[in-house]
Design a protein. Structure first.
Length: 560
């Protein structure tokens, strides 16, 4: 056992004495040591129920002959930090989560790992760590929140953000907004639509790093505890078989994960996260692969933010296995091993579709012929950027830029009525280095929708969007403004063109003017000169490369 190095032999008596002080016995120490990497936190609903799941995972490990040892890491709740300086910590937290799980597991020489996740960055952060460690391991998502009820309709946090815009525009009273606020989040679980958490949960199952059917079960469903216990026993099976992340996170599996994002109308953040996971696993993947897979993959799942249903509805309809079966039958997936010990096609073949369900449609009659995301390139974003496509937005937009150097400036402009139909809103200096941390813009996109402007304006940014964002929004513009990318050279009144069909995003500014502006441009002073944000800014890569701070296989190739 890997852990024998730290616990076996005469010279390890001091280590055993320390371990026994926590209640472990010689019998416990004779068994494999299994890390339970928890992301429990008391701030927000996404992760605060994970203590209970951890107990059941540990029961499963013990029953299967292992010794579970739990540790915790940090979480930043996106929904709570959104629209404030705190949101800059969100993407930074992905790296901290990955680093902390890796350090704790390496520091105690565990034999296997179960990672428990909830809020957005915990899922990719955990999988990045598991890829680095390459020990028998799996990831269990804590599950979706149940929808709230407001005026006899299912609602999520998305409707609250949009309610803010409606209230500012005089379309909703403050008392109605307060009622919506009180009803939208009824208990534990991550955001209920196909926002980033549920998008990455789906991707993890198609990637093979989560057992098919485990992540589907909502957070407060009584079945979730049994799922957690099964994951504890399953990791012991992985240890016995020797199946590791390096055998699961392959190029075909990553393409399966991308296909699941496209088919479900998933979050733009999946581009960043899957690129980052690929780099940690040493697998070649680039931003253009997302567009290639999107072109061939129809949108077949009718989930919020663009659709009608919420994640628990998908579970009742037949779950992720049903999506896999649809895509498998259409020849849009590649068979691959999974952490359940079964092949993906075996899992898909056993999907149970609920008669009459309307959440997952056929590939012959899709909601949209292509996937929910597209990659645009052009004079405004030579490295590429991401646009979310729900199927009913405009495919061509041309307008004059209104340029802002901070999200808060746009929010104020909205309150003052300074944003009007036809505008191309540009928010810059909020990229990975610029913010730093590439914050999400759900406060602004929600306000635009609530104010009735979503279909008549475009929003472009070198920052990110929440999975709950919709409308004509383009994010991850690269190179970002902080490194002198073209978006830094835009001025108010410049004409910007978004051409989805031709995958172009361009600024109508002649080369001589661009050259003059570039010569006059100076990089802004870093907003943080010490601490984690300063370290992040110095080491983070372009959004087009996943905004990673350490791609060790890539670095190793460079050094060799």
């Amino acid at each position: 056992m890997h852990s024998d190095t730290i616990k076996k032999g005469v010279n390890r008596a001091p280590a055993r004495a320390m371990l026994k002080a926590t209640g472990l016995t010689d019998e416990d120490l004779s068994k494999p040591l299994v890390a339970i990497a928890n992301t429990w936190i008391e701030v927000g609903p996404c992760n605060y129920h994970l203590r209970d799941l951890a107990q059941k995972v540990k029961e499963g490990v013990r029953k299967a002959g292992g010794t579970p040892l739990e540790f915790n890491t940090i979480v930043v709740s996106d929904g709570i930090s959104m629209g404030t300086e705190a949101m800059k910590a969100s993407l930074v937290s992905r790296e901290v989560i990955a680093d902390s799980i890796e350090v704790c597991v390496r520091g105690h020489m565990f034999d296997a790992v179960v990672a428990l996740t909830g809020c957005d960055k915990t899922i990719p952060g955990a999988i990045m760590a598991l890829a680095r460690l390459d020990l028998p391991s799996l990831m269990l998502y804590g599950g979706s929140i149940m929808p709230g009820q407001y005026h006899d309709k299912d609602v999520t946090i998305q409707e609250v953000f949009e309610g803010v815009g409606a209230c500012m525009a005089g379309l909703m009273s403050q008392s109605d907004l307060n009622e919506l606020e009180n009803q939208a989040c009824p208990g534990a679980g991550a955001c209920g639509g196909q926002f980033t958490a549920n998008t990455m949960s789906t991707a993890a199952a198609f990637l093979g790093m989560s057992p098919m059917g485990a992540n589907d079960v909502p957070a407060t469903d009584p079945r979730k505890l049994a799922v957690a216990e099964r994951c504890g026993s399953l990791v012991m099976e992985l240890l016995a078989s020797g199946l590791r992340p390096s055998q699961l996170i392959t190029r075909p599996a990553l393409e399966n994960a991308i296909a699941s994002v496209m088919a479900t109308g998933g979050s733009t953040n999946a581009v960043l996260h899957l690129l980052a996971i690929a780099r940690e696993a040493g697998v070649e993947l680039n931003i253009d692969d997302f567009d290639r897979i999107a072109r061939r993959t129809p949108t077949i799942v009718d989930l919020k933010p663009g659709g009608r249903f919420v994640a628990p509805d998908l579970d009742r309809a037949g779950g992720m296995a049903l999506i896999a079966r649809r895509l498998m039958e259409a020849g849009l997936l590649t068979d691959a091993p999974t952490t359940s010990g079964r092949k993906l096609f075996e899992e898909a073949a056993e999907a149970q579709e609920t008669p009459g369900q309307e959440v997952v449609v056929s590939t012959e009659k899709p909601l949209k012929a292509t996937g929910g995301l597209a990659i645009l390139k052009g004079s405004l974003s030579p490295e590429g950027c991401v646009i979310k496509l729900s199927g009913h937005e405009r495919k061509y937009f041309q307008g004059q830029a209104k340029v802002f150097d901070a999200e808060a400036e746009v929010f104020e402009a909205l309150k003052e009525g300074a944003i009007t139909a036809g505008d191309v809103i540009v928010i810059r200096y909020v990229g990975p280095k610029g913010a730093p941390g590439m914050p999400e813009m759900l406060q602004v996109t929600g306000a635009l929708v609530g104010a009735g402007l979503a279909g008549s304006v475009a929003l472009i940014t070198d920052g990110r969007f929440s999975g709950a964002s919709h409308g004509l929004v383009v994010g991850h513009v690269a190179p970002e403004a902080a490194v002198g990318g073209p978006i830094a050279l835009l001025k108010n009144g410049d004409t910007v063109t978004i051409d989805v069909e031709n995958r172009r995003i361009d600024m109508d500014v002649d080369a001589i003017t661009i050259e003059s502006r570039a010569a006059a441009w100076t990089a802004p002073a870093p907003r943080y000169k010490t601490g984690v944000f300063a370290k992040y800014r110095q080491t983070v890569s372009s959004a087009a490369q996943g905004a990673v701070t350490g791609s060790f296989p890539e670095l190793a190739r460079q050094l060799s």
